[in-house]
Write a protein that binds this ligand. Structure first.
Ligand code: GAL
Length: 915
């Protein structure tokens, strides 16, 4: 093994600079109903160290990587992926010791990895029990080391706009002492990591345990052979997150929850239950249950397994007596092996799980008990739902017999100013705002989520396309997943399905997005078939899909997939004459061609639109077209890097919302769409890579609604009376100039008034989704719209020219927070005039402070160009609005006061409670 002398010296030097106090965080124990199985959160009290630069980092690497030269920054999102680069090395790497961690997810025993002899790197200081890490930073998980920045501004940043200009790259260590009591001797002890970004390698007490490279998957390591019961046990985790590994902001660190799971040696295995339902009706349903029990004891075990099923209430708590039970099954499990039992039961009058708003997302929990010699030795809970699902190629999706049009959005994993660090309340808020818009489905682009997100979609009744890969063998960025695809595609795909197959909200498995194998004919289709088959081996109840922006119906790849997922191809790509002669993808509209070629496959649009806007920015002149690419003076401004909110412009290969609605309405066999995107995300700031975050959301990064939100709401919630006027009406410099007024309404006609004078009534024509008064001349005052539906008054909306900004106004999405140290409240601060109207173009700087048992964790304003750290307590408003995110402190209750101040404006305070 290589000696690590330079790094070691660096560290000893570095550590000697710090004080010598010891902090040994206690593990918080939260036992389940059965003392034989404990799932203990170990999020608190980690010691963290990140090297200043990759060059200075230790060399305990998983594997060597290709050299990256030049920048991959300005690559168009739909650029053709390229071949992997082969790297050869004689350097010793840790990969052979990590690969065995995948064995549980490799089906062919011949292909499983054998751990080489030896204990590499046991001499490295950071892995040793005695190493003094007191000088390291104290952090709690989930932790994203990059989100506080600083943003890398300028023209040649180390991390570019694509990955969000934040320092997610680099090598870092997390260490934590685990208290393992003597009474744990004889138990099986596992480390369960919901997600660590990335290339995690784990040591316990100086011994290399294993690891998991892919940052978005959840994984488990068996610590049992390395644990010393009755003492402190030193856990050390090394992460190595490469630059040029993603097309968006990946975050960095252990950014999801981490658990210690303790069980009897004979126990239900990891993801050890699988529940499917069939013959589902209101009257009855057949439930099938598979349970896998592992025997890690030294002797063979005779066990009996019984599972009772309870209904869950809307708060997720079991209620009443069991509604049914699976008959007890006996099985013998040889030492070191596992056994799978399968049983079936019919449940009467099941409460079905179905998507909101027309159905209710009812849930159940199956409680499985494993007994040996009459004594319960393990209890395992599985949440699930009972629903029928059918994909009809001519009609789309039927859930419990009801046709549900998919009104979906793509969502990236980040939570804006909170970064990648998962927070349930922040994710719930994203879903709540999407729901208000009429969204009923999300596609998890392009990676598996935190498990808690699927708990939310189950509970709230969203439909989900769960997705695992953005690339296979061919690469989009130099160091993306393609590097590990050969060895990890099977284990990653299997563990992804096994983890998520009991969530009723998951309706499809997507195993790819715009992959390079679309371009490689039969060879690419072979890769697709291999992953497709793996997914089907793990779950037969949901179709597979892989999103295609290039493959045509007569190419080999689509034939492999159960369902056809088209990105942008339904509307056609780059069809206008201005793209004549381009070497980019140009494609005529494809819905009919696909439907004709695959009459038995359901088609849906996995990505539509990719339209852009900056909230509150309106640029003139306004395009007459309903959908146009973005250029300077045509919806965009390459000096300010802002995009117009008239909502008429999209990425070159995309289409405006209006155009997509029209195409879908003319192709009713298409099951629906997933718009690119619901919320803005960090990184991938097309069309201006000088920025930090995307422009394609209907909701900005701070959670403020763009005009597009109302366009979707008007179409997706036709029964909800609403009308929305744009732009704002503060155009002192435009008096007498043409200033078009557009209205989004769920009504079918509307009359617009300027200062009480009618500007005419307009009616939506077929396949028209907005009403536009394009020749309005600006004069200050009041714009009012009255919308009608079927001849009756339906909704109205008013926009007024405001006075000067005089004060701040604050409102919180929740005034009471839970004192659990995780709960959040999102406070919006508006800059208003004397009458309380939001002053549209005000960008005053605001300073925030807080009193009481809570802290300010982030501020934001939704401006994609803003390079102020999210951790800053001072921030400019963007077009009248600013956001401050406040988190409770664990165990501390009482009154919280948040104050916002700005020079020349009356300050504001808001009072909250932590309970
Ligand atoms: C698509 C891609 C998405 C995103 C989008 C941006 O081609 O699948 O991940 O990059 O373009 O417009």
């Amino acid at each position: 093994m290589k000696k690590y002398t330079p790094s070691r010296l660096l560290f000893l030097l570095c550590l000697s600079l710090y004080a010598n106090t010891t902090l040994q965080a206690k593990i918080s124990v939260r036992p389940t109903s059965n003392v034989n199985r404990q799932r203990i959160s170990i999020n608190k009290g980690w010691h963290f160290f990140k090297y200043d630069s990759v060059a200075k980092a230790d060399k305990l690497i998983y594997d060597v990587r290709p050299e990256v030269s030049g920048s991959t920054e300005y690559k168009v999102a739909d650029a053709k992926p390229t071949e992997a680069v082969e790297v050869k090395t004689t350097q010793e790497v840790l990969k052979p010791w990590i690969l065995p961690s995948a064995n549980g997810f490799i089906n062919d025993p011949q292909k499983r990895h054998v751990r080489p002899k030896g204990n590499p790197c046991s001499n490295f200081p950071f892995v040793q029990v005695g190493f003094d890490d007191n000088s390291w930073e104290r952090v709690d998980l989930p932790h994203d080391w990059a989100i506080k920045g600083p943003f890398m501004t300028g023209s040649n940043p180390e991390v570019g706009g694509g990955m969000g200009r934040l320092p997610s790259n680099g090598v870092a260590w997390y260490r934590k002492k685990l208290d393992i009591p003597a009474s744990d001797a004889g138990k099986s002890i596992f480390l369960d990591v919901d997600g660590a970004m990335s290339y995690a390698i784990v040591w316990l007490n100086g011994k290399l345990v294993g690891g998991w490279p892919y940052g978005y998957n959840s994984w488990r390591l068996d610590l049992t052979p390395y644990v010393v019961p009755g003492g402190k046990n030193q856990l050390a985790i090394r992460l190595d997150n490469p630059n040029n590994s993603a097309r968006w902001y990946p975050g960095g660190g252990i950014y999801r929850n981490v658990w210690l799971t303790k069980t009897s040696p004979v126990h239900v295995g990891q993801y050890g239950t699988y529940i499917t339902t069939k013959n589902v009706s209101k009257n009855s349903a057949i439930l099938n249950l598979e349970v896998t029990v592992d025997n890690n004891s030294k002797t063979n075990a005779n066990v009996s397994i019984v599972t009772r099923v309870f209904a869950l209430n809307s708060a997720g708590k079991p209620v009443g007596d069991p509604v049914t039970r699976f008959a007890s099954e006996n099985t013998k499990i040889a030492t070191g092996k596992n056994a799978k039992i399968s049983s079936t039961v019919t449940i009467q009058n099941p409460k079905l799980w179905g998507p909101a708003p027309t159905q209710t997302p009812n849930l159940y929990v199956a409680v499985t008990s494993v007994s040996q010699r009459g004594k319960i030795i393990d209890t395992y809970e599985t949440r699930f739902g009972i629903r029928s699902m059918e994909f009809n190629p001519n009609k789309g999706l039927l859930v419990n017999g009801e046709y549900i049009q998919i009104k979906g959005v793509n969502q990236h994993h980040d939570l804006g100013g909170l970064g990648a660090a998962f927070n349930t309340r922040a994710a719930e808020r994203q879903l709540e705002i999407l729901r208000e818009m009429g969204c009923n489905a999300i596609r998890l682009s392009h990676n598996p989520p935190a498990p808690e997100l699927l708990e939310l979609t189950d509970r709230m009744g969203f439909l989900v396309i769960d997705e695992i890969f953005d690339s296979w063998e061919r690469k989009k960025t130099a160091l993306d997943f393609h590097l590990i695809f050969p060895e990890w595609s099977e284990p990653d795909a299997r563990s992804f399905v096994r983890r998520d197959r009991n969530y009723p909200s998951v309706i499809m498995w997507s195993f790819g997005n715009e992959v390079g194998e679309q371009y490689t004919g039969e060879e690419g289709a072979k890769v697709a078939k291999r992953i497709h088959d793996i997914v089907k081996e793990e779950d037969t109840t949901r179709p597979t899909i892989s999103a295609m922006n290039f493959a045509k119906p007569d190419m080999p790849l689509p034939a492999v997939l159960d369902a056809i997922g088209l990105n942008y191809q339904g509307e056609g790509i780059r069809q206008s004459p201005e793209f004549d002669g381009t070497d980019r993808i140009r494609t005529a509209p494809q819905y009919d061609a696909y439907h004709a070629k695959f009459p038995d496959k359901v088609i849906l649009s996995t990505e539509t639109a990719s339209a852009f806007s900056s909230r509150g920015i309106y640029l003139f002149p306004v395009s007459k077209e309903i959908s146009a690419p973005l250029r300077d003076g045509r919806g965009g401004d390459s000096k300010t890097h802002q995009v117009s909110s008239y909502e008429l412009h999209a990425v070159d290969f995309g289409s405006s919302a209006d155009k997509v609605f029209g195409t879908l309405d003319q192709h009713p066999f298409v099951a629906g769409e997933f718009v690119w995107t619901g919320w803005d995300h960090l990184g991938e700031p097309t069309p201006y890579y000088e920025s930090r975050s995307a422009y394609c959301g209907m909701i900005d990064l701070a959670g403020f609604k763009k005009d597009r939100f109302y366009l979707y709401q008007s179409h997706w919630r036709p029964e909800f009376p609403m009308a929305h006027i744009l732009p704002h009406w503060n155009w002192a410099e435009r008096v007498g100039e043409i200033t078009p007024v557009h209205v989004f309404t769920s009504g079918d006609e509307a009359e617009l008034f300027l200062n009480g004078k009618s500007l005419g009534k307009k009616k939506k024509a077929q396949y028209e989704y907005r009403l536009r008064w394009d020749s309005v001349k600006y004069e200050p005052g009041e714009l009012k719209v009255i919308a009608y539906k079927n001849g009756l008054k339906w909704a109205e909306n008013t926009v007024k020219t405001t006075g000067a900004a005089t004060k701040l106004l604050a409102s919180a999405d929740r005034e009471i927070v839970n004192s659990d140290g995780k709960d959040l409240t999102f406070i919006t601060v508006q800059i208003v005039d004397k009458d309380g109207l939001v002053v549209p173009r005000s960008n005053n700087s605001i300073e925030f402070s807080i009193d009481g048992p809570a802290e300010i964790v982030a501020t934001d304003n939704g401006d994609a160009t803003n390079m102020v750290s999210f951790a800053s307590k001072e921030r400019e408003a963007f077009n009248g609005l600013c956001l401050v995110i406040v988190r409770s402190k664990a165990g501390e209750k009482g009154k919280i006061t948040v104050t916002a101040k700005s020079n020349g404006l009356k300050e504001t305070q808001i009072n909250l409670q932590s309970k």
